[in-house]
Write a protein that binds this ligand. Structure first.
Ligand code: GAR
Length: 201
C-alpha cells in the first residue's frame, strides 16, 4: 500500500509514520510521496533530507479546486492508495474527497466529535475536560467529521497547562496514526454506517 502524506507544518506525525515503517511496524506499507502546501514547512524539509519523493504546491491565493486538482494528479502519478493528512491545514475540495473516497485519513488532536476545528487542544483545556485525546478518522465533506478509525485518550492532569496537554496528546497521535494505517492497510474491516469495525482474521 502506497501512502501519500499531506502536511503544512512541523511534520512530527509524518516522521512517526516513517519511523513505524522503518521499524517494521507497518509491513507492506510505503510512503510514495510527501506533499506540502507551504514552502517553509519543516516537515517538507525533513522529508527531503530523508530522501522521500516530495512535492510542493503552494495553496496561498489559489482556487481550492485548482490547487486540489494538482495535488490529486501528483498523488495519482505516485500511485497512492491512501492519503494521510498529517497537519495539513487546508480544507479539501469536494472533488478531491470524491476522487479518494474512503481513502483519506486525518488526525485531529481531540476526541471527536468534541472540539473540531483549530487549536483543539487549547479548546479542550479551556473547557476543563478531564479526558482528552486524539482521533484518526476518514475524511468526508464535513470538517473533522468522517468515520473514526482510532482514538486514544489521556487524563488531563491537575498540573497541565495548554502546551503540556498538547505535547502529551501529540505523543498519543504518533501511536494512533500508525495503528489506524495498520488497520486500514489490513483491509480486514467493514463500515457499518459510521462505525469502522475490524473483521476477525
Ligand atoms: C497535530 O497535532 C495534528 O493533530 C493537528 O496539527 C498538528 C500537526 O502536527 N491537526 C489538526 O489540528 C487538524 N485539524 P505535526 O505537523 O507535527 O504532525
Amino acid at each position: 500500500m502506497y501512502l501519500g502524506i499531506l502536511l503544512s507544518g512541523r511534520g512530527s506525525n509524518f516522521l512517526a509514520i516513517a519511523e513505524s515503517i522503518r521499524a517494521g511496524r507497518l509491513p507492506g506499507v510505503e510512503i510514495a510521496v510527501v506533499i506540502s502546501n507551504v514552502a517553509e514547512a519543516p516537515g517538507l524539509a525533513a522529508a527531503r533530507e530523508l530522501g522521500y519523493p516530495t512535492a510542493l504546491y503552494i495553496s496561498k491565493s489559489r482556487k481550492r479546486a485548482e490547487h486540489d486538482a494538482d495535488v490529486a494528479a501528483c498523488l495519482k502519478a505516485h500511485r497512492v492508495d491512501l492519503v494521510c493528512l498529517a497537519g495539513y491545514m487546508r480544507l479539501l475540495s469536494p472533488e478531491f474527497i470524491a476522487a479518494f473516497r474512503n481513502r483519506i485519513l486525518n488526525i485531529h488532536p481531540s476526541l471527536l466529535p468534541a472540539f473540531p476545528g483549530l487549536e483543539a487542544q487549547e479548546q479542550a483545556f479551556a473547557y476543563g475536560v478531564k479526558i482528552a485525546g486524539c482521533t484518526v478518522h476518514f475524511v468526508d465533506e464535513e470538517l473533522d467529521h468522517g468515520a473514526i478509525v482510532v482514538q486514544r485518550a489521556i487524563s488531563v492532569l491537575e498540573e497541565d497547562d495548554g502546551p503540556s496537554l498538547a505535547r502529551r496528546i501529540l505523543a498519543e497521535e504518533h501511536i494512533a496514526y500508525t495503528e489506524a494505517i495498520r488497520r486500514v492497510a489490513s483491509g480486514r474491516y467493514e463500515m457499518r454506517g459510521r462505525r469502522f469495525v475490524l473483521r476477525q482474521p
